[in-house]
Design a protein. Structure first.
Length: 246
């Protein structure tokens, strides 16, 4: 598709992000940190305040397609599907199908949060990981299976057990920092912290300094991969080695 150029905001790239309706984290953070000339456009999928696999599946099937269609109308240069859990509970084949569907509908490169994390881990040379999340034990265990099925070796982890999807944004940076320390196994090459409605990016630098290992989060990896797919390779400081050096 030939890019439709605009002067002003978005002149370098327009990034589309699909998020669950309860997400209060990803959109304002991404808008704040993207390089000048890059714009973020979000579409929302209604989800009830629950973090069950059934809620994520229902959201995808009832709302996902409409949100993707909305974003196609701004002719984005890349689209990111911003719900880690929806890919996790439905599997790798579903994630690949979802990305293909977005690329078909929007005529542009696409990623998902889960795919962005895997792409980031590969870029960082991380093969053995510890995984922490704010999710319930059920979703957290599905997450470990998902990333192990994608080829990562998972050693160690921890979760906060949050059952209200709006409340995923509530943990303070100190709580997330302690979660990362608690779930990290010293044999791991790096730490993964999931969920785009969690302020994980606020503790990436701090955790990397403490652990001496790379840290990949849903928020940071999704923004990084969407920018790179859109041809934006600016380095962004303050959110870990991924955004700063890759």
């Amino acid at each position: 598709m030939t890019r439709r150029h605009l002067d002003g905001d978005g002149r370098r790239a327009r990034i589309g992000i699909v998020v669950p309706s309860v997400n209060t984290v990803m959109e304002p953070w991404a808008q704040k940190v993207v390089p000048q000339g890059v714009s973020i456009f979000a579409a929302r999928m209604f989800i009830p305040p629950a973090t069950t696999p059934e809620a994520f599946i229902e959201m995808d099937r009832n709302e996902g397609k409409a949100a993707i269609r909305q974003l196609s109308s701004v002719f984005p240069d890349a689209v990111a599907y911003g719900c880690t859990a929806s890919s996790i509970v439905q599997g790798l084949a579903y994630d690949a199908h979802l990305r293909a569907e977005i690329e078909h509908d929007c005529k542009t490169p696409s990623t998902t949060a889960a795919h962005a994390i895997l792409t980031a881990a590969k870029a960082l040379g991380v093969a053995t990981v510890s995984i922490v999340s704010p999710y319930t034990r059920e979703v957290d265990e599905a997450e470990h299976r998902y990333f192990a099925g994608a080829g990562l070796t998972v050693v160690g982890g921890a979760c906060l057990g949050i059952t209200d999807s709006f409340a995923l944004a509530e943990p303070e940076p100190d709580t997330l920092f302690e979660l990362g320390l608690r779930g990290f196994d010293r044999s791991a090459d790096g730490l993964i912290m999931t969920c785009l409605n969690t302020r994980s990016h606020t503790v990436v630098d701090r955790l990397e300094q403490k652990l001496g290992k790379p840290v990949v989060t849903s928020t940071q990896a999704t923004l990084w991969h969407a920018l790179r797919l859109a041809g934006i390779d600016d380095r962004i400081a303050g959110y870990g080695v991924l955004l700063e050096k890759h």
